[in-house]
Structure formats: C-alpha cells, structure tokens
Design a protein around this ligand. Structure first.
Ligand SMILES: Nc1ncnc2c1ncn2[C@@H]1O[C@H](COP(=O)(O)OP(=O)(O)O)[C@@H](O)[C@H]1O
Ligand SMILES: [Mg+2]
Length: 261
C-alpha cells in the first residue's frame, strides 16, 4: 500500500506558472502513478486546466475543496479527470475559506483531516495555491504525510518574484516549525524564462547565492504551445509533446529529489 507524497506549488506573486506547472506535473506523473491534484486557488485555474471546464461556479457548485475541508472528508469531492488522475476542484467560493474555518472552528490541519481517508489511494498529491500566503497556502503546507510533504517555489525570473521568494520560504519554515516537522523545500523552479533575456543569468546567480543548490537544474522556458495548452487541452492535442517538453526532465528531477530526501 502506498502513501501519497505531497507537493505544494507556491509563491505570493501571480503569473509565475504555479497553475500551469502543477497541472502539467500532475498530468505527467499520472502516466505511471496515481495522482490527486488539489486546487486551492479560488480562481480555479488548475480546475479549468485539467477538466476543461470554465463554468466552474455552476459545474462544481458545492462540489469543491471548500466542502471537503468543511465536512472533514475529501472522498465525495474527488472528480475523475482520466485514468490515474483525479482532482478536488475549487471555485470562487473558496475565497470564503478563512471565514468558514473560523465559524467551524477548524485549524490548519483541516485539509490533512479531509485527506486522511484517501492518502493511501494515491502516489502523489499535487497542490496548486493562490498568490498569497494565507489559509489556502498554509493548509497545504501544514498537511503531513508519512512519505513526505514538500514545497516547490515558483520563480519567473522577475524582480517582483525575486522579492517574493524569501517571504514564501519564511512561511514554509514557520509552518514546518509549528505544524509539519517533515515539510521540506524541494526546490526553486525557474519558469516562463525567455531564452533571450540577459537578466536571467543575473537572477540565476542571485538565487544560487541566496539559496545554494535549491534551484532545479531543469528550467521551464516560455513557449507558445505551453500557453496554448489551456485552450487546446491535454486530449488529442497535436502539440502536446512540444507543450510539455521542458516539464519532462523537470518531473524526473523532482522525483529524484524526493527520493533523496
Ligand atoms: N512555459 C510557459 N510558456 C508560456 N506561457 C506560459 C508558460 N507557463 C505559464 N504560461 C502562461 O502564463 C500565464 C500565467 O501562468 P499561470 O500558470 O496561470 O501562473 P500562476 O498560477 O502562477 O498565476 C498563463 O497565461 C499561462 O498560460
Ligand atoms: Mg494560478
């Protein structure tokens, strides 16, 4: 019996490819193993990306991670995407999570409790978070797993994102100390990198100096086919291999790092 390893993608800056990266990573892992994707952003981008459903308010009304957390059981809210790939969706109402947690007296272990009955059904739980360091990001980081709980820091090479890295790292450390002793930062993933931009090299050096050995060697470059994936979808998409090209080595590197920990 396997127990799921948890990977949370985050950074408190929007547009750093969190949803795209968590979605493609879930898709690639599901080719060989069982994956549960969880959308913790009320924008529901990961939900739309993996299900192809954009009318998330209606389609997933009362069928989201918000209800899973409130009722303390994820099972009724798991939506099957394809073989080996499930998702717990979100929609706009997830924005009420903090208020709902308060009125239901739920703690930061609320997502962990909801996931307990399904932990042994999956090899991986991949969680997408919003660009903010509040409950929707804290709950995933606080979720423990016997097989390991990890955070991946998304970085788009911009100055704004560079200053968001230490803030996310501080939250990871604080959550680790207070709630989840086994939580580890798995790495910093450079994404949306423009091959021609000169400043990327300087950013790489700065990150390497601040956080030695944390940067993933695999870098996700900016690609039109990757951007179009949210339109074309994963099924019968002729440019799929091209769209996910940079993610194939990344997922291998990610798996290796998890094994080493
Ligand atoms: N490697 C890439 N190449 C081109 N466009 C990308 C790539 N990764 C993400 N995008 C696009 O960049 C935008 C922001 O990505 P998204 O995953 O929504 O970021 P976040 O979840 O961090 O806000 C989206 O329009 C997405 O399609
Ligand atoms: Mg997103």
């Amino acid at each position: 019996m396997s127990v799921a390893k948890i990977i949370t993608f985050g950074i408190s800056k929007g547009g750093c490819s969190k949803s795209t990266s968590s979605g493609i990573t879930s898709f690639l892992l599901s080719r060989e193993e069982k994956v549960l994707a969880i959308d913790m952003d009320s924008q529901g981008n990961l939900t739309s990306f993996l299900t192809g459903e954009y009318d998330i308010c209606d389609v997933f009304e009362n069928k989201t991670v918000l209800e899973a957390i409130t009722n303390g059981d994820a099972r009724p809210y798991i939506f099957n995407v394809k073989e080996n790939l499930d998702i717990i969706p979100s929609n706009d109402y997830l924005a009420t999570l903090a208020k709902t947690m308060y009125s239901n007296k739920l703690g930061l272990d609320a997502l962990e409790k909801a996931l307990k009955p399904v932990m042994d059904r999956y090899d991986w739980i991949i969680i997408d978070t919003p660009p903010g360091l509040y409950e929707q990001t804290l709950l995933p980081l606080a979720t423990k797993s016997d097989e390991g709980s990890y955070a991946i820091v998304m970085f788009d090479g911009s100055m704004f994102a560079y200053y968001a890295i230490p803030k996310f790292m501080e939250i990871i450390q604080a959550t680790q100390e207070a709630y989840n002793p086994n939580l580890k930062t798995l790495g910093i993933l450079f994404s949306l990198i423009d091959s021609r931009a000169k400043e990327n090299e300087a950013m790489e050096l700065a990150v390497e100096e601040d956080y030695p050995k944390l940067k993933f060697e695999s870098v996700i470059k900016r690609k039109a086919t990757t951007r179009r994936l949210s339109i074309e979808g994963f099924e019968s998409n002729k440019e799929l291999d091209n769209a996910i090209e940079y993610y194939v080595p990344f997922v291998e590197e990610m798996k290796k790092r998890v094994k080493k920990h």
